[in-house]
Ligand binder design. Structure first.
Ligand SMILES: NC(=O)c1ccc[n+]([C@@H]2O[C@H](COP(=O)([O-])OP(=O)(O)OC[C@H]3O[C@@H](n4cnc5c(N)ncnc54)[C@H](OP(=O)(O)O)[C@@H]3O)[C@@H](O)[C@H]2O)c1
Length: 243
């Protein structure tokens, strides 16, 4: 019988991260989820049976505290860097360069530095035969200011990561979602018109679901995907295609 794997999902309390937690829990794996807010984490842990630990992945001190937490497994088989989101839906305007720079950096921190520092923290605990899966975005290819730039940077960083972890038999990939409904991603920034545009841009004429992303993550963590590394897998209903 295959041994139970330890799965760590950052931002696992809501949306895509929660769906990934459900998927691995259903497979019988030992799931740990993190996030900044206790309430959604507690609810997600109650539903899935996951272990929930509070951590802000942009904060190195918080990561240091997480590493010292006795509830954290010593060995991580699958690390899913899912925490992130667009911290600036065009709010930082005006001519204030300092405010612009701060807002731009916030997206880099939330989506790129957070993943890099998390891998740095967990590198010694990553198990051979395992996988690192980073959640990117269609915005990396279709623009979205600092958010798209951060997700593009994530994909670039992942290429080097695959080279570093490969000799230890650990894969590193990016799953790049298109528009995914039923998440907290857009807050109140998604108008009905914009939503209709996003759906119309897909070949399949529907939004993605968190479960669509979770299925691809589970595949990348499976024995079937051991020769897939350093890649970006687009999961967007055909809204953006590659040859
Ligand atoms: N929904 C979409 O259409 C879409 C499309 C492309 C890519 N994505 C990407 O998918 C990933 C998941 O987002 P989602 O759509 O599921 O939205 P979501 O529901 O807002 O989920 C994001 C999760 O990450 C956590 N989080 C955010 N920053 C964090 C931090 N610094 N440290 C720890 N946890 C943090 C949030 O919880 P706390 O606030 O409690 O920390 C939340 O649970 C993100 O990387 C996002 O950029 C989403």
């Amino acid at each position: 019988m295959a041994r139970v794997r330890n799965i760590l999902i950052t931002g696992g309390g809501t949306g895509i991260g929660l769906a990934i937690a459900r998927t691995f829990a259903d497979l019988g794996e030992a799931v740990t989820i993190t996030g900044r807010r206790e309430a959604p984490l507690r609810a997600a842990a109650h539903e899935t049976g996951a272990r929930a630990l509070v951590c802000d992945h942009t904060d190195p001190a918080a990561l240091t505290r997480l590493l010292a937490d006795a509830d954290l497994p010593d060995r991580i088989d699958v690390l899913v860097n899912n925490a992130g989101g667009n911290t600036d839906f065009g709010a930082a305007g005006g001519d204030d360069l300092a405010a612009y720079a701060e807002a731009f950096r916030a997206n880099l921190d939330a989506n790129l530095v957070s993943a890099a520092v998390t891998v740095k923290a967990f590198e010694p605990r990553l198990a051979g035969g395992g996988a690192v899966i980073n959640i990117g975005s269609i915005a990396a290819d279709q623009g979205a200011g600092s958010y798209g730039a951060a997700k593009a940077g994530l994909a670039s960083w992942n290429v080097a990561l695959a080279g570093v972890l490969g000799p230890r038999d650990i894969t590193a990939n990016v799953v790049s979602p298109g528009y995914i409904a039923d998440t907290e991603f857009f807050g109140d920034h998604l108008t009905a018109e914009r939503r209709a545009q996003l759906v119309a841009a897909t070949a399949v004429r529907r939004p993605g679901t968190p479960a669509d992303i979770a299925g691809t993550v589970a595949f990348l963590a499976s024995p079937a995907a051991r020769h897939v590394t350093g890649q970006v897998l687009n999961v967007n209903g055909g809204a953006y295609t590659t040859r």
